[in-house]
Design a protein around this ligand. Structure first.
Ligand code: ADP
Ligand code: MG
Length: 457
């Protein structure tokens, strides 16, 4: 019964500079299987997909295709991306035939193969159109036709439906599944990266869930539902709920409600709320109106948000101590309930007290307090964070520090000059405060005076 393994990734680790993105990942895809790879944004899904197809080398570990180690781009695999890079100066037919030329197929055969794929994928009549004349959905069809034209045994897809509107995406999903299950294409197995839980449950035989920072496999769930699947069936919904819980709880063990001294965070500066404050407020108010607890999956679907959009918000809520995630529900803490009852000033004070001692805020405040002009270039904080996080993440972290720190009035920031500063009236207080040891106050201590409650000019 056991089908043979088509492709296996064995002990795959990958670093970018100092940052470990993938940590000893094992993943194998059997012949005839559709596997969905699910995980939060930035977890390393695209990186793993590129490694599996041989487009990128792992830092350690090995990929085998039908047992043979892969060294360089795998000729049996093709990739579909979120938005397809079509050549604007080539027609639909020429774009579809492109990969065949690279494989040395004669012109006449290329044309007939491309024409067949164009018909199969519903692009008939558009052979001579240029990409700019096509809708987004039609362009993505060209992307599929181009990938399928090389008759890949393994079709890899990186969020292929996420740039399309709902109906277009749903049609294309179903058409692709029909082509594959009816064996109208020679593709044996599919590996699809997605951040949509429902999409994964609707399409895959098996869902592999990755955590983040670094990515590890946190779950591997078989989806035994017959096809075509009904998204309203109880069994479907139960699976969606179960996977949703895994994704939300397995998401980021390094960022737990209290900054978690017992799990050493990978980077000293990293735990910082990284969500938009307006979104956090909206979500908490909604949960408060529902008695302080609500199912994340329902919240997400009501707000038309994917896990990806919701996770940074729930993480921020946990980090600030306003809510916790339990069994897939977002639950307000006592502080969270008080927070939602407050107006803007009270909320700022609560957040200020909660975040002032998070590492990067503490460093920024200490530096500003001790400099005579109480001013410091943004670049300085980016550089100290970049030493452990890498440039791109450090920029994002400092952006988050700017928006949260300003909102909570821990410091001010001049966007034009790209400088942090303490306003004049504040700087004196901070000089005094410097004598107090900044560490050790603990995140749960909300009784102390919040940092700078006065509105800025
Ligand atoms: P996902 O597809 O799950 O969103 P990616 O594989 O694109 O994740 O990225 C994983 C992590 O690796 C992210 O933190 C990203 O910033 C980083 N990363 C991706 N590509 C590069 C690169 N070429 N150089 C440096 N860092 C990268
Ligand atoms: Mg990606």
């Amino acid at each position: 019964m056991a089908a043979s393994v088509l492709v296996s990734a064995e002990g795959i680790s990958r670093r970018y500079d100092e940052m470990l993105v993938l940590d000893a990942i094992d993943l194998s895809i059997r012949d005839g299987e559709f596997v969905a790879l699910l995980g939060p944004s930035g977890s390393g899904k695209s990186t793993l997909l590129r490694i599996v197809t041989g487009l990128m080398q792992p830092s350690s570990g090995l990929v085998r295709y039908r047992g043979v180690p892969v060294d360089g781009p795998c000729p049996h695999a093709a990739m579909v991306f979120q938005t397809f890079a079509l050549y604007p100066w080539l027609t639909v037919l020429e774009n579809v035939a492109l990969g065949l030329k690279a494989r040395g197929m004669p012109l006449r055969e290329r044309r007939s193969r491309a024409n067949r794929l164009i018909e199969l994928i519903g692009l008939e009549g558009f052979e001579d159109a240029y990409p700019k004349e096509l809708s987004g959905g039609m362009r993505q069809r060209v992307g599929f036709a181009r990938a399928l034209a090389v008759e890949p045994e393994l079709l890899c897809m990186d969020e292929p439906f996420s740039a399309l509107d709902f109906l277009t995406a749903e049609n294309l999903r179903n058409e692709l599944l029909d082509l594959w299950t009816e064996r109208r294409i020679p593709t044996r197995s599919v590996l699809m990266v997605t951040h949509g839980v429902e999409e994964a449950v609707a399409m895959a035989d098996r869902i592999v869930v990755l955590s983040r920072n670094p990515a590890r496999v946190v779950a591997d769930v078989a989806i035994g539902l017959p096809r075509p699947r009904n998204r309203k069936h109880a069994a479907f919904l139960a699976l969606v709920d179960r996977i949703y819980k895994i994704v939300t709880e397995g998401a980021d063990p390094a960022t737990s409600p209290t900054g978690a001294p017992d799990h050493p965070a990978q980077a000293r500066f990293a735990p910082l709320p990284q969500a938009a404050i307006g979104m956090l407020n909206g979500l908490l108010e909604l949960v408060a109106d529902r008695g302080g607890r609500d199912d994340l999956y329902h919240l997400g679907s009501e707000l038309m948000l994917e896990v990806d959009d919701l996770l940074p918000v729930t993480e921020a809520a946990e980090l600030v101590g306003l809510a916790v995630v339990r069994e897939g529900d977002l639950c307000l803490t006592d502080l969270g309930r008080r927070y939602t009852d407050e107006g803007a000033t009270g909320r700022k004070q609560i957040v200020a007290a909660q975040i002032r001692d998070l590492p990067l805020f503490a460093v920024i405040r200490r530096v500003l307090a001790s400099k005579r002009d109480h001013t410091m270039r943004r670049e300085f904080f980016v550089e100290i964070s970049a030493r452990e996080l890498g440039e791109a993440q450090a920029e994002a972290l400092v952006d988050a520090a700017v928006s949260w720190g300003r909102w909570a009035e821990l410091f001010a920031y001049d966007h034009a000059a790209e400088e942090f500063y303490l306003p004049e009236d504040e700087a004196d207080e901070e000089d005094g405060a410097l004598e107090d040891p900044p560490a050790g106050e603990g995140l749960a201590d909300t009784d102390g005076p919040p940092g700078g409650g006065e509105p800025r000019p």
